[in-house]
Write a protein that binds this ligand. Structure first.
Ligand code: UT7
Length: 320
């Protein structure tokens, strides 16, 4: 028997307000056609003025708890991947812990931007393997609409808000299930490629700055190599993959990575058209929607891969 971190539940939440590409045409020198062909995005959701990351994350978490048939006090730890917490501190995770009515365990945030959910899954897996926690609620939640410069057409059309959550549980099993391989990377020399010009250095929240084209070229290369590394660690090959669940930044990055990995697009969960880039929320959103659509089924081998500011990138191989 081997201890494995196995998925017990998944859920997501998207704010009510849907913003189609056409809304940007009124204020920017852009078109629906440009946004669709260059990124694959058709619309995204924006949070209401009184709706924050912890609100989105709480609703996604509750959906995952409902699916698992668990209550918040059955959870040992909450890890939230986010770059847009409600406040500088406390963590969004402790706010979600309170909103869920959870009165035990521990909670903290992980900040690895768009790769955050992969880093959070790796953390959760490590905690389960070390005996620190048995049931871990892993959430990716973002309100990137709050850090968009609505006059910068190179960034503001690409991002959206949302949240997704997964519950991992440690189980002793003979089955080839749960998290099987993890690969994490970062390289701070690329920090200028994608950052927010805010925080302690400026005294303001700041806005996203991105060298889109340079990042695009890094993304395909690094996503394919981290997916390969995670598969190798899991003792799996490309042929074993049922679904790639990629970070949803750009359909052309998703297609380029799948091609490099030799996996056909009918084995890739794609949600970028409906949500845009929701940073750390993008993979758990795609997992939840992939299950809802009937794409991801028990026993399927998944590779989740992501890259974002830092640069930070990584992949997780898991059997659903
Ligand atoms: O989540 C973290 C990871 N994020 C990413 O990986 C994002 C990576 N980058 C991308 O997705 C793409 O690079 C973009 C979608 C951001 C841009 O696509 P691109 O094919 O790389 O275009 P580009 O940056 O080379 O820009 C081409 C042209 C430029 O005009 P000139 O210089 O050729 O005259 C841009 O100014 O498109 C222009 N442009 C726009 N035109 C209309 C940039 N944004 C827009 C826009 N509407 N919204």
């Amino acid at each position: 028997m081997t201890l494995r971190a196995i998925v017990r539940g998944v859920g997501h939440y998207l704010p009510d307000r849907i913003v189609p590409n056409s809304e940007f045409e009124a204020t920017l020198d852009t078109t629906d056609e440009w946004i669709k062909t260059r990124s694959g995005i058709e619309c995204r959701h924006f949070a209401a003025p009184d709706e924050f990351t912890s609100d989105l994350g709480t609703k996604a978490a509750q959906a995952a708890l409902d699916m698992a048939g668990l209550s918040a006090n059955d959870i040992d730890a909450v890890i939230v991947a986010t770059s847009t917490p409600d406040m500088t501190f406390p963590s969004a995770a402790t706010m979600i812990q309170e909103k869920l009515g959870m009165e035990r365990g521990f909670a903290f945030d992980v900040q690895a931007v768009c790769a955050g959910f992969v880093f959070a899954l790796a953390n959760a897996n490590g905690m389960i393997m070390s005996g620190q926690a048995n049931r871990v609620l892993v959430i990716g939640a973002e309100t990137f609409s709050r850090i968009l410069d609505m006059t910068d057409r190179g960034t503001c059309v690409l991002f959206g808000d949302g949240a997704g959550a997964v519950i991992l549980e440690g189980q002793d099993t003979d089955a080839d299930r749960g998290i099987l391989g993890v690969d994490l990377n970062s390289d701070g020399r690329y920090r200028d490629m994608l950052y927010v010009d805010g925080g302690m250095t400026s005294g303001q929240t700041g806005f996203i700055k991105m060298q889109g084209n340079a990042l695009f070229r890094q993304a395909v290369e690094k996503l394919a190599s981290t997916a390969d590394a995670a598969l190798l660690k899991a003792g799996k090959t490309h042929e074993d993959v049922d679904w790639i669940v990629p970070h949803q930044a750009n359909i052309r990055i998703i297609q380029g990575t799948a091609k490099k990995l030799g996996v056909s697009m009918d084995k890739v969960v794609v949600t970028v058209q409906d949500h845009g880039n929701t940073s750390a929320a993008s993979i758990p959103l795609a997992l939840s929607i992939g299950v809802q659509r009937g794409q991801i089924k028990p026993g399927d081998l998944l590779v989740a891969e992501a890259i974002g500011g830092g640069l930070a990138w990584g992949a997780v191989v898991l059997r659903w």
